[in-house]
Design a protein around this ligand. Structure first.
Ligand code: AMP
Length: 532
């Protein structure tokens, strides 16, 4: 027997319809890369998204076809989130900081048919487009980027602003994001209408992003990252205002926060450090800012303290591209008022509590579930409606036999339900919120004549959270210097992948199966720097 309620598929386009109807004039402000400020609103986002969906249909859009983007945060990128979904398609956000090789792989693997890009990324498109035969139209988001490229405004000009969305199942895909940290090729996470709608509802909860109709959200996190942390959907659902900046210049962000009445913001720790530098230099208060989400990497204590002392609530969040991305967030527990200042900071420094919609557990090496005692650390596993089951085009699910996704993080869960990341099992380095593949780095170094073996690990860094450090074992008859390694790597890796320190060692620690024991190297370094 079915229940007696109306049948309605949950689609992200409903979220936009709601915002366009109920929060029509709520402002969406864009600071464009050329310094222009544009004021739009949810009503206009609704019409433009319909124009885009209509245009895509005119060029023969099939269900689940992909629109790629290489872009920062701005109105047109937001419109594309909805316009692609409204044509029955998928918005595929590509991270411009990836290597050329990865961008080419991702675009071809996704089979993007239309590709929108910012003028600032035109050199990437000019250089790579001949390697992307699947793309039928390259379109520039900005009004003028030169060359023969059509602009976004021209592209959607003959689209119908009253277009009826393409409808379908709530389990249809609507978003795609590749995660490229570990070994092998990047893997695509295909978000669904239903998972994004429920994730957005979660964002609006006071214990998650705490956004409502009175909020103004400035997502500093680029919306090409992990579903834009859900902000494009959550903000429309709450009917809140948005401030989008195509520039990450701390001067610009600080000005926008103060002049546009920003109440909420979200970003990785590194951008907050940049903002602190700007605040120190130019002074002034935080305007209306009252809630800041810090995630993507562990939030440093000093950062939490600085914001807390200024009366700003910090939501320290943990998540992954595979988790849409919210996994935990440091909401205030029931006994918050009774806690001392130090206890509160201790709590926020951990990765937070588990919102409705996801479940977490910690298991040991044999898969035995560990108690929530704050001591038993192990592999962090997650399940829920907005957690990946199978990577895009993969032939098998990426779950344990009993249906959990292993995050590659090592954690403990405390008796009060707070999760704390203690280490990382996966072999990657996260610097300024972006991944450096230690395996790729090691494989490249091993190509250097005279190198026998190499290991790259992430070491804590005050600004970038982690920076790569390289351990090198030389071949018996070889003598190498750090400069030899650096010059060898110079034209083979991105500049920001260059290890901050290169150390020559006689041998590296290995596991029984011959894998380099990175945890032992990290521990050795920790003892060296902090003492036992
Ligand atoms: P990504 O898929 O690029 O969003 O990266 C997800 C990974 O970033 C997680 O598996 C963690 O290793 C790391 N991460 C994210 N948030 C945090 C946090 N608050 N504290 C520590 N590590 C984090």
């Amino acid at each position: 027997m079915l229940g007696g309620m109306q049948s309605h598929e949950m689609r992200v386009t409903d979220i936009l319809d709601h915002a366009a109807r109920e929060a029509t004039t709520r402002e969406i402000v864009t600071y464009w890369a050329d310094g222009c400020l544009q004021r739009s609103n949810w009503g206009e986002v609704g019409s433009m998204a319909r124009q885009l969906a209509s245009k895509l249909t005119q060029i023969g859009w099939n269900k689940a076809d992909r629109v790629g983007t290489l872009a920062m945060n701005h109105l047109h990128h937001l419109v594309t989130y909805y316009g692609a979904a409204g044509a029955g398609g998928v918005v595929h956000t590509v991270n411009p900081r990836l290597s050329a090789e990865h961008i080419i792989y991702i675009v071809n693997h996704a089979e993007d048919r239309v590709f929108f890009f910012d003028a600032m990324f035109r050199p990437i498109i000019d250089a790579l487009k001949e390697h992307m035969p699947c793309v039928e139209h390259f379109v520039c988001f900005d009004s003028d980027c030169g060359g023969d490229y059509m602009s976004f405004a021209e592209f959607i000009a003959d689209g119908d602003a009253e277009f009826d969305w393409v409808t379908g199942s709530e389990r249809d895909p609507c978003g795609l994001c590749y995660t490229s940290g570990t070994t092998g090729n990047p893997k695509g996470v295909l978000y669904e209408h239903r998972s994004n709608v429920i994730h957005a509802m979660s964002l609006c909860m006071p214990d998650v992003f705490d956004i409502n109709a009175r909020s103004v959200m400035l997502p500093i996190v680029p919306i090409f990252h992990a579903n834009g942390w859900g902000a494009p959907y959550g903000c429309a659902m709450a009917g809140c205002g948005m401030v989008l900046s195509a520039s990450n210049d701390p001067k610009v962000l600080w000005k926008l926060i103060r002049e546009e009445g920003v109440t909420h913001s979200a970003g990785v720790p590194t951008v907050w450090l940049g903002l602190f530098g700007e605040m120190d230099a130019s002074g002034g208060d935080y305007g209306d800012l009252r809630y800041v989400v810090i995630g993507g990497s562990a939030a440093p204590r000093a950062m939490i303290e600085r914001l807390t002392q200024a009366g700003i609530e910090v939501g320290h969040a943990w998540g992954m591209t595979e988790t849409s991305p919210i996994g935990t967030i440091g909401a205030r527990p029931a006994n918050w008022d009774a806690m001392s200042y130090e206890e509160r900071i201790d709590l926020i420094q951990k990765q937070g509590r588990i919102p409705y919609g996801v479940q977490l557990r910690v298991v040991d090496e044999d898969g035995v579930v560990q108690p929530r005692d704050g001591k038993s650390s192990g592999h962090l596993q997650i399940k829920g409606v907005w957690i990946v089951q199978r990577y895009f085009k993969a032939e098998e699910d990426s779950l344990t036999d009993d249906g959990w996704f292993d995050t590659g993080d090592i954690a403990v869960i405390h008796p009060d339900g707070v999760m704390q990341i203690t280490d990382r099992d996966k072999d990657i380095i996260k610097s300024g919120g972006e991944w450096i593949s230690s395996i790729d780095l090691e494989n490249t170094v091993v190509g250097c004549p005279g190198v026998a073996e190499a290991a790259a690990i992430g070491v804590p860094h005050p600004k970038w959270d982690e920076r790569p450090m390289l351990f090198v074992v030389c071949k018996a008859d070889a003598t190498l210097t750090a400069d030899d390694i650096t010059s060898y790597l110079t034209d083979k890796i991105a500049k920001w992948w260059m290890p901050d320190e290169i150390r020559f060692v006689p041998e590296l620690p290995h596991t029984a199966t011959g894998k380099i024991l990175k945890r032992a190297l990290r521990e050795q370094l920790r003892v060296e720097r902090e003492g036992a």
